[in-house]
Design a protein around this ligand. Structure first.
Ligand code: IMP
Length: 223
């Protein structure tokens, strides 16, 4: 079976490694950086818009099927914030720790049962022939009252997934990857890639949102 190339519209080495591990072996992943592509800024108001902005630019510039993702944390007591602003919640160059501290300060007076939240990831796939598809993954949970655990990144130390008694930062990478919003979105995306590239090695039975070149954008997920 011949290998099909796709371009990953990200410069994040962690995401590139994760995708190389999770995609079927008949799909060869090259990153935007390896092709010398520069990506546009994320100016969208939803995860889907941001993922599409990056994937469209990479598909246009490379002539390859492009995959991009965008993700973040939605806290119910904050009306869905930080959402698309998760990476820079405490300021343009804020550290993970500063973002976590801002979130905890805002939730200081919120009772445990009202601290519900979810991580959401949206993957956009763009074919150079104009087809576009969105795949989404969500993991529900709660925000604990102080950071717990050392692994992971971002909001992992304060996010405890539903049905578990540890935060993401107290889990191994494998444990987190089995539950994570990104892994769930990728399961859907792999099904679509199987269809587009015709090199299926498995079918999970899951389906992502899918639309053709002339249809208007699919409904964006809440942010
Ligand atoms: P992006 O998808 O790389 O733009 O991620 C946006 C931001 O959302 C990250 O910088 C983190 O703050 C947060 N985030 C997304 N996914 C996760 C996760 O799995 N754990 C912790 N934080 C995350």
């Amino acid at each position: 079976m011949s290998t099909r190339r796709i371009v990953l519209a990200t410069t994040n080495p962690g995401k590139i490694a994760e995708l190389r591990r999770l995609l079927p072996p008949c799909i060869e992943v090259v990153s935007a950086g390896e092709l010398g592509l520069s990506l546009p800024p994320e100016t969208g108001e939803t995860f889907a818009e941001n993922a599409l902005i990056k994937a469209r630019a990479a598909a246009r510039a490379s002539g390859l099927v492009a995959l991009a993702d965008d993700s973040g944390l939605e806290v119910d007591a904050l009306g869905g914030r930080p959402g698309v602003h998760s990476a820079r919640y405490a300021g343009e160059h804020a550290s993970d720790e500063e973002n976590v501290q801002r979130l905890l300060a805002e939730l200081a007076s919120v009772s445990p049962e009202r601290r519900t939240a979810r991580f959401r990831a949206v993957i956009a796939l763009v074919h150079p022939d104009g087809q576009e598809a969105l795949a989404e993954g969500v993991v529900e949970g709660t925000i604990v009252d102080r950071p717990q655990g050392q692994s992971g990144f971002g909001y992992d130390p304060i996010f405890r997934p539903l049905g578990h008694d540890r935060t993401f930062a107290e889990m191994t990478t494998d444990e987190k990857n089995r539950l994570s919003h990104r892994a769930r979105a990728l399961e859907h995306a792999v099904v679509i890639l199987d269809q587009w590239l015709r090199c299926s090695t498995s079918d999970t039975g899951l389906r992502g949102e899918h639309r053709g070149p002339d249809e208007s954008p699919a409904t964006s997920p809440a942010t």
